[in-house]
Design a protein around this ligand. Structure first.
Ligand code: FEO
Length: 395
């Protein structure tokens, strides 16, 4: 791959992981990249490393510019292993390098990789590091998305390296936003936000508002995953603001599972009633679907309707896992409803309702349940539920 320059003597030295399909449970159908950047000046700084299996590729990319022994600084914006697990390998060669990280970053690195003979420089928001003609500035970004997270800003070139923020799990041969299909790019950016950053919406808004006050107005946003926003950095910043403020469209998502088809029939009747009113609706059978993909659709949906048959007096196992996942991600401002079928005692609808209410979500009550298989009359009740949801979406 050609050496990629973001600005004069600012290089992308990361790697493309074409074959990643599971990122700690997040289904990554389009792979990912681990981006690292090399800034060459009187002093040379490497910003972040890559996932361990790619350590020699990172080293080879750096060596196309300079030797590892010439590294003066290794900036660690985030200790999660996809960005730091090559650090030990790099530091074996970069004997003179100082690791620059946040206080929590150092604590995380010591816990993961043990006490080493590494030199650390702890930085906090507003601190600067001169490389000669150019300056790195640091902004702590706790919980975006780990406590140690930090942004690095290359002041003179106006390049913001915010690590995980503004990323996408997208493996491509292109490195820049203007080189890829925009629909695919925003699809992956939305999926990434929904599955990784959504719980921290209020912190995101505050951090985005803080940057101009620190005189950080990036011309380029270079995240640690996916393509670099060089032509339209405001596109992803505005999208993050909208998502964080709970922007929704007139869209419903139905997530269900089924044992013998009864809950599925209910799901289809609800779907038909919503679609017939001209509202976009997406339907997922949970055990055939990706969590990450569903969360991406939920991000901008106004209504989420969850269906489960009763198993052992409670929810079907895939729906239980889904509800734990989705409530942990704290999507804002949705209309929630539940439905399901049962054989004798019931329990799924009650368990789903209780789970959602305990997590602080408002649920339409009572949930809709039918015994064994839905009759025509009961399918009519399902349609009524769909129409009620449409009314709420349009209210
Ligand atoms: Fe890309 Fe939080 O790691």
């Amino acid at each position: 791959m050609n050496l990629v320059e973001l600005a004069e003597k600012v290089y992308w030295v990361g790697v493309v992981d074409w074959n990643l399909r599971d990122f700690h449970g997040y289904e990554t159908r389009r792979g990912t990249t681990y981006n690292a950047y090399l800034v060459v000046d009187a002093k040379t700084a490497l910003v972040d490393t890559v996932k361990y299996p790619f350590k020699t590729s990172l080293a080879d990319n750096i060596r196309r510019v300079t030797s590892l022994e010439n590294l003066d600084y290794v900036i660690v914006n985030h200790v999660e292993m996809d960005h730091s697990s090559s650090l030990s390998y790099i530091m074996q060669h970069a004997k003179n390098a100082t690791i620059v990280t946040s206080r929590r970053g150092k604590a995380g690195l010591v816990k993961y990789y043990g006490e080493n003979e590494w030199n650390f420089q702890i930085v906090k928001t507003g601190d600067e590091l001169s490389l000669g003609n150019r300056t790195l500035r640091f902004v702590e970004a706790p919980m975006l998305h780990w406590p140690d997270s930090m942004f690095t800003y290359l002041q003179e070139d106006k390049i913001l390296m915010p690590n995980d923020a503004f990323g996408q799990h997208l493996a491509t041969s292109q490195r820049f936003d203007d080189e890829v299909d925009q629909a695919v790019l925003m699809d992956e950016a939305a999926k990434y936000y929904a599955n990784i950053l959504m719980p921290f919406a209020s912190l995101i808004i505050r951090k985005i508002e803080e940057l101009p006050k620190l005189n950080i107005n990036p011309r380029i946003i270079a995240p640690s995953h996916g393509v670099i926003w060089r032509s339209h950095p405001s596109k992803i910043v505005n999208a993050y603001l909208e998502w964080s403020k709970g922007k929704t469209s007139n869209k419903a998502v139905i997530v269900y599972d089924t044992m013998w088809g009864s809950t599925q029939k209910m799901a289809m009747a609800i779907c038909d009633a919503i679609a017939e009113k001209g509202i976009e609706v997406h339907v997922y059978q949970m055990r055939r679907s990706d969590f990450a993909e569903i969360l991406k659709e939920i991000l901008e949906a106004k209504a989420v309707i969850v269906g489960s048959p009763t198993v052992n007096g409670s929810m079907f196992q895939t729906i239980s896992a889904f509800l734990r996942y989705v409530t942990g991600l704290k999507p804002k401002g949705k209309i929630w409803a539940v439905f399901g079928s049962y054989g004798w005692g019931g329990g799924a609808v009650r368990a789903m309702t209780e789970h959602l209410k305990t997590a602080g979500f408002e649920v339409l009550e009572p949930g809709l349940q039918v015994q064994y298989a839905p009759t025509l009359e009961e399918l009519g009740k399902c349609r009524e539920l769909g129409e009620k949801i449409v009314n709420q979406i349009q209210a």
